[in-house]
Design a protein around this ligand. Structure first.
Ligand SMILES: O=C[C@H](O)COP(=O)(O)O
Ligand SMILES: CC(=O)C(=O)O
Length: 215
């Protein structure tokens, strides 16, 4: 019996698995595997690995192979060719930090589901017109925060968001309380020094606290 049951293979189904999507930037496949195991065991099964290091695709491949319980996203997808690379590596969905018109169309046609990012109402509406109704809101902390989300809930009622960027364990509950927030993203449970030293116990504690957040 799998520990996490997907409602359906969609972004909304992935977002429903846990209140927080950890955003991981890592350059060593073995470290990525150990980290992903720690996050999944702590109750955070959806893990985004950003394509920001030269070995990010190898990290995704290793986690997809060694930690099949992880629902893996490729993050920082900003070029159309990365869609196929991420899919080949084993990513289950795609995340962007912002979405150019060309990238939005490429993501709308992609074989994998995607959670493209917006930072304004106009960007959100453009992505909604293309069929995306769950968007990353990035960088949330410096683009209006939870107040922005509450302000757009009435005029843009069909769109839900995953605010990411600048959140921590203290601010996350306020975001999760917004009516249009499906889940939040962030890296606060993976302090750089803990990742560098392989302090999985500390990361596990922070990840369990994140997994226990209510929405
Ligand atoms: O680039 C940042 C990631 O999206 C997560 O943001 P964060 O490190 O502020 O949590
Ligand atoms: C910002 C983020 O999480 C990304 O680069 O996709």
């Amino acid at each position: 019996m799998p520990r996490f049951q997907l409602k359906r293979e969609t972004i909304a189904g992935y977002a429903a698995l846990a209140p927080v999507i950890p955003v991981v930037t890592v350059d060593d496949p073995d470290r990525a595997v150990a980290l992903a195991r720690t996050l999944v065991e702590a109750g955070l099964p959806v893990v985004e690995i950003t394509l920001r290091t030269s070995s990010a695709l190898r990290c995704i491949e290793a986690v997809a192979r060694e930690v099949p319980e992880a629902v893996l996203a490729a993050g920082t997808v900003i070029r159309p060719k990365q869609i196929e690379e991420a899919a080949d590596a084993g990513a289950r969905f795609l995340v962007s930090p912002g979405t150019s018109p060309r990238m939005a169309e490429a993501l709308a046609e992609a074989a994998l589901p995607a959670m493209p990012a917006c930072a304004t109402v106009s960007e959100a509406l453009h992505l909604f017109e293309l069929g995306f109704d769950l968007l990353k809101f990035f960088p949330a902390g410096s683009s209006g925060g939870a107040a922005w989300l509450r302000a757009v809930a009435a005029p843009v009622p069909e769109v839900r968001f995953c605010p990411t960027g600048g959140l921590d364990g203290t601010s996350a509950p306020d975001y999760l309380a917004c009516p249009n927030v499906a889940c939040v993203g962030g890296s606060w449970m993976i302090p750089k020094d803990a990742l560098a030293s392989g302090d999985w116990a500390r990361i596990g504690t922070l990840a369990r606290e994140a997994a226990a957040l209510r929405r």
